[in-house]
Write a protein that binds this ligand. Structure first.
Ligand code: NAP
Length: 295
């Protein structure tokens, strides 16, 4: 028989998680602060718990997915000692520090803790390739592996540290937002000549298709600590970055993003990387500039 599961939080993601467990035949008990959100899941066979403790007690595994980790702390604390001897899987977005704090709290309750980060949207939850990154001890991960596959078949345990998935999560968003902002900024630039984003997009796609080979080379060079130019030097990149700034200024498009890019290349060249490849720029990102304040 499939393992009983409790799901705390029935927002867009929590509802998708509970739905995925139900599809796989897991007896699923659900709890949500606003109880009416449980109705569609109850109609599909879920049991509604009146309290967090009742939900946790019904499942071998409790999955929590709320807006933030403050809500997770308060919600889980309201369960009293119900977590003792059970496993808590937290799929809420947050920081690595928060994840480590929750792992320590769970340990005090006698519970095993896995922190998970979904590289997914609700509609892709439950897919055979849907990626979910976990951090925490191997024993609970292995013990609940079959159940966790209901959420996403592309699951990876990064290691014992429950904080690592949160770090991967924001690092991947770093890439996503930088890439999308690159496209959005470039679209604003070509729009000054009435070029529609849809006309420009196929050429952006050519670049995105080439990215995996650039990423692989950068990763190899970063790990080797050697940034020899294999195609073009930073001195070759610099005039192109200057051209980009000039086009933005001439067309009244925000020149700040390319100015920052140009400044980073100039600094790397000033530090002796002019004949190195683009991966050498990584050194500029390792340490925050002194003028940086708090968050
Ligand atoms: N949606 C996505 O595509 C996606 C993708 C990856 C990761 N995530 C992460 O998944 C988590 C949930 O996202 P979501 O899209 O499901 O958000 P959502 O639709 O806004 O749902 C938020 C959930 O948190 C509950 N909640 C908020 N504050 C609470 C509190 N103080 N005490 C108890 N419950 C509280 C809400 O309960 P009520 O119904 O009572 O308001 C609701 O169940 C977030 O950390 C998000 O970053 C989401």
């Amino acid at each position: 028989m499939a393992e009983p599961v409790a799901v705390l939080g029935l927002g867009l993601m929590g509802s998708a998680l509970a739905g995925a467990f139900l599809r796989r035949g897991h007896p699923t008990t659900v709890w949500n602060r606003s109880p009416e959100r449980a109705a569609p899941l109850v109609a599909r066979g879920a049991l509604r718990a009146g309290t967090v403790a009742e939900a946790v007690s019904a499942g071998g595994l409790t999955v929590v997915c709320l807006s933030d980790n403050d809500a997770v702390s308060r919600t889980c604390e309201s369960a009293g000692r119900a977590f003792d001897g059970r496993t808590l899987v937290n799929l809420t977005s947050g920081t690595s520090r928060e994840a480590r704090g929750l792992a320590a709290w769970a340990a005090d309750q006698g519970a095993a803790y896995l922190d998970g980060k979904l590289l997914a949207t609700p509609d892709t939850v439950g897919g055979p390739d849907t990626a979910v990154l976990y951090g925490g001890r191997r024993e609970p991960f292995d013990a609940h592996h079959a159940t966790l596959r209901a959420i996403g078949g592309g699951l990876t345990r990064l290691g014992d540290d429950p904080g690592l998935p949160a770090l991967y999560d924001v690092a991947l968003l770093d890439i996503l937002w930088a890439s999308l902002n690159g496209f959005l900024h470039a679209s604003a630039l070509v729009a000054t000549e009435d070029v529609r984003a849809g006309e420009f997009a196929p050429f952006a796609d050519l670049l995105f298709a080439a990215l995996p080979s650039f990423v692989a080379r950068c990763a190899r060079q970063i790990d080797e600590g050697a940034h020899a130019a294999e195609d073009s030097t930073l001195e070759t990149h610099l005039p192109a970055a200057r051209n980009l700034v000039a086009e933005c200024l001439a067309r009244g498009v925000d020149a700040d993003p390319p100015r920052r890019l140009r400044a980073v290349i100039e600094k790397a060249i000033a530090q002796g990387h002019g004949k190195d490849g683009y991966a050498s720029v990584v050194e500029q990102f390792r340490k925050a500039p002194l003028e940086h304040g708090g968050g």
